[in-house]
Write a protein that binds this ligand. Structure first.
Ligand SMILES: Cc1cc2nc3c(=O)[nH]c(=O)nc-3n(C[C@H](O)[C@H](O)[C@H](O)COP(=O)(O)O)c2cc1C
Length: 213
């Protein structure tokens, strides 16, 4: 079973923001999810891709021409036990900047990690295409994506002037996604949980009953 090495037992949840726009709504909702994770004691960190000098992924094995920020991004994501990925809907998919960031990383950063997905859109339909695409990418990266995801249509109308969501139920849903990421990140990474699974796998089969083989 794949799980994250987490020797210190600390749950770290990073939020990757798939928009470079100043005042991004994606950033606001990712931040809200991280608040939920922090409520359960997780260490949190927002990853704002504007702070990283990232080239386009060119697929070359020799990466000596990549700037140091590629390694910095990989390190931050690798150190996270769980992740929140936030994206705007861009032309029926997730944003190019997020796609490129994912392409610059791989199994070392994502395999076995718990992931929560959030999407925002300017239009009424929501960010369902962006979220489906992200879910598929996370599956390819062998991550564990939470079944619940949140898509926020007409996102500009959902926030007040202070940058808070007007609908408390929606805000709570997003915070709860952050809590779920923290919970399952803990389960996937904790030595106690792995020890429990090992003991269960080695335990004698429960005798009797209709399910006994
Ligand atoms: C290149 C581009 C493509 C977009 N495509 C869509 C779209 O297909 N559907 C939609 O509802 N909104 C679309 N939008 C609007 C964004 O989803 C909306 O502005 C969103 O708030 C951007 O996220 P941000 O606030 O985090 O930057 C598009 C915006 C841009 C810049």
């Amino acid at each position: 079973m794949n799980h994250t090495d987490n020797n210190d037992g600390i749950v770290r949840v990073a939020g990757l923001v798939g928009s470079l726009r100043p005042g991004s709504y994606t950033r606001l909702v990712v931040q809200l999810a991280l608040e939920g994770a922090a409520e359960l004691g997780a260490q949190t960190q927002i990853i704002d891709l504007r702070d990283y000098d990232l080239p386009f992924c060119d697929g070359n094995k020799d990466e000596s021409h990549y700037p140091p920020d590629v390694a910095r991004l990989r390190r931050v994501v690798r150190e996270a036990t769980g992740l929140v990925l936030g994206t705007p809907e861009y032309h029926g998919g997730y944003s190019g900047v997020l796609k490129n960031a994912l392409d610059l990383m791989g199994f070392s950063e994502f395999e076995g990690k718990t992931i929560g997905l959030l999407g925002v859109s300017g239009g009424r339909i929501g960010a369902s295409h962006a979220l489906s695409g992200l879910r598929t990418a996370c599956r390819s990266l062998r991550a564990w994506v939470l079944p619940n995801e949140t898509s926020i249509p007409q996102v500009a109308q959902q926030f007040d002037a202070a940058g808070a969501l007007k609908d408390p139920a929606l805000a709570e849903r997003i915070r709860d996604m952050g809590r779920q990421v923290a919970r399952f990140a803990y389960l996937h990474s904790s030595h106690q949980a792995m020890e429990f699974l090992r003991a269960w796998e080695e335990a004698p089969i429960n005798p009797g009953g209709e399910w006994a083989s």
